[in-house]
Design a protein around this ligand. Structure first.
Ligand code: PLP
Length: 396
């Protein structure tokens, strides 16, 4: 049960009993806060033994009333697959892939949308609206079906065709917008008030973050309440990274882990790397990229509303931000398929592409426990089969 919503920037508190988007005082994202001391008194890892895996395993720290049935299509509880080829080839003895591709709608976006749509329905929403680079749109569309709600998805015109088809099959209204996800967001926001929609854009409502944070809880549980040394995360809006960082703070407050943290690494595409530029410049906020270019649709986010939270987590953790070329991220995705048996999206390929630079800079040591996030399935991305994409002339 949530105690209050707290602004991530100004700290203003507001009640969680009503639908909220951003902080009414300063316009920054709102974070769900729980009475963790009270929760720790009545909840311990022992209580998890007879619970099924998945996002709602963590219901004490999610926005659900006691006794309520969670909205679920079977999200979360994903495997960590030990690398059999890429890790050994790089001299890494403990590289694993947190494989999110088996989620409903084939990406990690299912976690956040399960929780956000559950909460939106509980608070009386009549119509969901979302701008998306792809996977968040199809996840919203699927959970809208599960919740019995109509939904409108605005997407850039270059969204992969299989994802558009997926959204339409779920019955969503799909609006194609010229430009990037930022333009799709503007299209949604121009209509939200008039149409009576509820906007579930990333970090513009508090609960997608809550669903995504469960990735952090799962990493800790898998290690007997310890954390990996390094987490490599393909970053667009950064909700998963911010969510995991929040999960680690909550776990420490619950007394389930200590103060140690993984080095958090954001990977972006060189054609759209606002977080990398800000990290390198020592800035607290990122400057929006004017002409974003990358084949990795989920990384084509010119400016993230949670940029200051991403940058703070990277710095506090001793991590970093790196950019990789499109050819390298496509090659990373192809290697995941050919060498590991994991059909991964281009965004996930970026984490593999970043590893040599991370080893070279000493962020990753050979014996480290390293987790790369395979955030989505490759089957939705025809570009992976296009031998000319990203300057790659041959897959070797
Ligand atoms: C497969 C995939 N990976 C990574 C991302 C980026 O995720 P985030 O916005 O949490 O940074 C997206 C976003 O669309 C995505 O679809």
């Amino acid at each position: 049960m949530i105690r209050v919503l707290e602004c991530a920037a100004c700290g203003a508190e507001t009640g969680a009993e009503r639908l909220r988007n951003l902080c009414s005082a300063c316009g920054a994202p709102l974070l769900a806060r729980y009475d963790l001391a009270a929760i720790a008194d009545r909840w311990s890892p022992r209580d998890l033994t007879d619970r099924s895996r998945g996002v709602w395993r963590w219901r004490e720290v999610l926005p659900i009333e006691p006794g309520d049935t969670p909205l679920s299509l079977g999200e979360g509880g994903t495997p960590e697959v030990a690398s059999r080829s890429i890790g050994p080839a790089l001299g890494l003895s403990r590289l694993a892939f947190k494989d999110e591709s088996g989620n409903p709608t084939l990406s990690f976006k299912a976690r956040g949308l399960a929780v956000a749509v559950h909460r939106a329905r509980a608070l009386g929403v009549g119509h969901l609206a979302i701008p998306s680079a792809g996977n968040a749109g199809s996840a919203t569309a699927a959970y809208a079906v599960a919740a019995g709600l109509p939904c409108t998805v605005a997407m850039p015109a270059d969204t992969p065709a299989p994802i558009l088809a997926e959204c339409r099959l779920y019955g969503a209204r799909v609006e194609l917008v010229d430009g990037t996800i930022a333009d799709a967001g503007a299209w949604i926001r121009e209509r939200t008030a008039e149409e009576g929609w509820f906007d579930v854009s990333t970090l513009r409502e508090p609960y997608r973050l809550e669903g995504k944070k469960t990735m952090g809880y799962e990493l800790a549980e898998a290690r007997g309440w310890a954390l990996p040394d390094v987490i490599v995360y393909p970053t667009g809006g950064g909700t998963g990274l911010i969510g995991m960082w929040k999960a680690f703070e909550e776990l420490e407050e619950l007394g389930w882990i200590g103060p140690e943290r993984p080095r958090m690494v954001s990977v972006q595409a060189t054609g759209c790397a606002p977080i990398v530029a800000a990290f390198e410049a020592g800035a607290d906020r990122a400057t929006a990229v004017l002409d974003p270019r990358t084949v990795a649709n989920g990384l084509k986010v010119p400016g993230a509303i949670g940029d200051f939270l991403i940058l703070a987590a990277l710095r506090r953790s001793g991590g970093t931000a790196v950019a990789v070329e499109d050819a390298a991220l496509l090659d990373g995705a192809r290697r995941l398929a050919a060498e590991e048996g994991i059909l991964a999206s281009p965004e996930a390929g970026a984490t593999v592409a970043a590893l040599p630079a991370l080893i070279g800079s000493g962020i990753v040591d050979p014996g480290d426990d390293v987790v790369c996030f395979v955030t989505g399935h490759g089957i939705k991305y025809p570009v992976l089969c296009d031998s000319t994409a990203g300057g790659v002339s041959s897959t070797g």
